[in-house]
Ligand binder design. Sequence first.
Ligand code: PMP
Length: 280
Amino acid sequence: MILFNDQLIRREEARVDIEDRGYQFGDGIYEVVSVYEGKIFRLEEHLQRLSYCAGEIGIELPTSLEVLITNLYKLIEVNQLVNGQIYFQVTRGYAPRNHPFPAQPKPVLTGYVTRKPRPLELMKTGVKAITLDDIRWLRCDIKSLNLLGSVLAKQKAIEQGAFEALLHRNGKVTEGSSTNLFMIKDGKIQTHPLGNLILGGITRIVILELAGQKNIPVIEEPFSLKELYAADEVFVCSTTSEVMPIITIDGNPVGNGSVGPLTRKLQELMEEMLFAHQEK
Ligand code: PMP
């Protein structure tokens, strides 16, 4: 079963017009949330981001957030999802193809569950990354359906046997193609500040929170590729990748080439938080 606006229907029954603006223009936004033991992790923040993005592109959500929350939990229930994810998106809906917003837009919300296992093995061993020019647009803070820049970057990474492409713009490292990026140098954690050049990741919020609780110094300032190469530890994070250690960048080892102690610590703290969340 899938969510279609405010209805739960069979996937085969869902019908989206070929002139849906999401399909033709990428005119819409999306969210991916993780479900742990039947509970959606940090749903409030995900919905805040959805509302922010909807506001930034002038889309009115087809249902209230309260109704959406109820429906996401119904979706979990009917699909008997215990651990997995929900993908949901909102497009500006169908209208005869024309760039300007339609006079009376009818946004379309679709959502469905996926059951990707947590990448526990990769989180243990760490993964490879490459660096690439950030060719995306200048509103990366909007979780837009237009993902071509990210798709092309991720594909290049995969073709080179890497997990992620770390992007840089005007000499500064921004984020991964589908992750936020952190580096650690001399016990301090550094990440690009919020703004139009990165997506404000929910996992990023969690990591900053955990670091704060443990008095680990955090710097939210841009850093260069050179600084990235010289880092003691590097990791990327996202809803599905959680805290993912990067052990080589462009073929060069990060630090001593194995997962570093602070990255491990943050993984442990996040794990604890996921358990606490289950008990709520
Ligand atoms: N940056 C980009 C470009 C992303 O696509 C994502 C994941 N959608 C993230 C960061 C991480 O965001 P979150 O932690 O909310 O999954």
